[in-house]
Write a protein that binds this ligand. Structure first.
Ligand SMILES: NC(=O)C1=CN([C@@H]2O[C@H](COP(=O)(O)OP(=O)(O)OC[C@H]3O[C@@H](n4cnc5c(N)ncnc54)[C@H](OP(=O)(O)O)[C@@H]3O)[C@@H](O)[C@H]2O)C=CC1
Ligand SMILES: O=C(O)[C@@H]1CCC=N1
Length: 284
C-alpha cells in the first residue's frame, strides 16, 4: 500500500531515496536488524520496484518530497548523476535538523551542502554490498555541519550490517576504489578461478565449491590470525612446489601491477564523478 502524508503512523525515522541495489541492501539490513518497518519510508522511480519493496519488507513507499518531510535521517542512494536533481527536489521539503546521508560515489560533502539549505547536516558514506550478509565495510566522513551525534546515528544504521570506519573525507575516493568496488574484483577473481578449474577438467559445481570455500576460508584465516597476507602466502608456498609455479605466472602476467592500475582507475573515476556533480550544480 502506498501512503502519502503522515496520518496515524509512527514518526518517520528514516527516508531512503533510491531503492536500487545499494538502497535495498541497506533497507533489508535494517529490517533484518529489527528496525520497525513502519519507521522507514523509501522511494524509487520505477512503479514495479515500489510494489516489490513494499511486499518484501512491509515498508511504506512514497514520493521523495513526502518521504523527507519530518524524517530524522534521509539516505540518498541514487547514482551520482541523479544527485543534483534529487537535491533540488527535496531541499525545500527538508527540516533544518534532518540529517542527510549520501552513499553516492564521488559526490563530496561540499557539493551536497551546496545543493541543500545552509547549515543542513550532511554525512557521506561509502558502503559495499557484502552488507547483504551483514559483512559490510562502510567508511564515513562528516560534512561541515555534522556533529558527533550525527556520525553516531549513521554508525547505528551501518553497524546493523557490518563494520564502519570514520575517515577524513579526502580518503573517500581511495576507499571507494578499495572497499566500495572491491567486492567486484574479488568476484572477478573467483569467476576466473572457477573457469580455470573447469579448464583443468573439474565439473563446474565442484570447481565452484572449491573456489568459494577457499575464498571464504582464506578471508577468515586472514581476519582470525591477524597475520600479514605475505606470511600466509609464504606458508602455502612449498619450496619448488605447485604454488610457487602458479605465483610465478601471476607475477609474469603483472597481476599485482594490474590491481594497482585498476584501483587507480576506480579512484580517478570517483574524482571524475565528483567533478561532474560540481559542474551539474553550478550549471543548474
Ligand atoms: N552498488 C554498489 O555496490 C555500491 C553503490 N554505491 C552507490 O550507491 C548509489 C546507488 O547505486 P546502485 O544501487 O548500484 O544503483 P541502482 O541504479 O541500482 O539504484 C539507484 C536507484 O535509484 C533510483 N532513482 C534514481 N533517481 C531517483 C529519484 N530522483 N528518486 C527516486 N529514485 C531514484 C534508480 O531508478 P532508475 O533505475 O530509474 O534509474 C534506481 O532504482 C550510487 O550513487 C553508487 O555510487 C556505493 C557503494 C557500493
Ligand atoms: O561502481 C560504482 O560506481 C559503485 C561505487 C562503488 C561500487 N559501486
Amino acid at each position: 500500500m502506498t501512503v502519502h502524508g503522515t496520518d496515524r503512523r509512527p514518526p518517520r525515522r528514516l527516508a531512503l531515496l533510491g531503492a536500487g541495489v545499494m538502497g535495498e541492501t541497506v533497507l533489508s539490513g535494517l529490517v533484518r536488524a529489527g528496525w520497525d518497518p513502519a519507521t522507514i519510508v523509501a522511494t524509487d522511480r520505477r512503479p514495479e520496484r515500489v510494489a516489490e519493496l513494499e511486499a518484501a519488507y512491509g515498508i511504506t513507499m512514497s514520493s521523495n518530497v513526502d518521504a523527507v518531510a519530518g524524517a530524522e535521517t534521509v539516505l540518498l542512494v541514487v547514482k551520482p548523476q541523479d544527485m543534483t536533481s534529487l537535491l533540488g527536489e527535496i531541499a525545500p521539503a527538508l527540516d533544518a535538523t534532518t540529517l542527510v546521508v549520501s552513499m553516492a560515489a564521488g559526490v563530496d560533502t561540499a557539493t551536497l551542502e551546496a545543493g541543500l539549505p545552509a547549515g543542513q547536516p550532511v554525512v557521506r558514506v561509502m558502503p559495499n554490498t557484502p552488507a547483504q550478509v551483514d559483512e559490510g565495510m562502510a567508511a564515513v566522513a562528516a560534512g561541515s555541519s555534522a556533529t558527533d551525534d550525527h556520525l553516531e546515528r549513521v554508525r547505528d544504521i551501518l553497524t546493523a550490517t557490518g563494520r564502519v570506519a570514520v575517515v577524513p573525507e579526502r580518503y573517500l575516493d581511495a576507499v571507494t576504489a578499495i572497499s566500495g568496488s572491491g567486492p567486484a574484483y574479488l568476484f572477478f577473481v573467483v569467476e576466473a578461478m572457477i573457469e580455470a578449474g573447469v579448464h583443468l577438467g573439474l565439473p563446474r559445481d565442484t570447481s565452484t565449491e572449491l573456489v568459494v570455500q577457499t575464498m571464504l576460508g582464506s578471508a577468515k584465516l586472514l581476519r582470525e590470525s591477524g597475520e600479514h597476507p605475505a606470511i600466509l602466502r609464504e606458508r602455502v608456498t612449498s619450496p619448488g612446489g605447485t604454488t610457487a609455479a602458479a605465483l610465478r605466472e601471476l607475477e609474469d602476467h603483472k597481476v599485482r601491477a594490474a590491481f594497482l592500475s585498476a584501483m587507480e582507475a576506480a579512484r580517478d573515476r570517483s574524482r571524475d564523478l565528483a567533478a561532474a556533480a560540481r559542474e551539474q550544480r553550478t550549471g543548474a
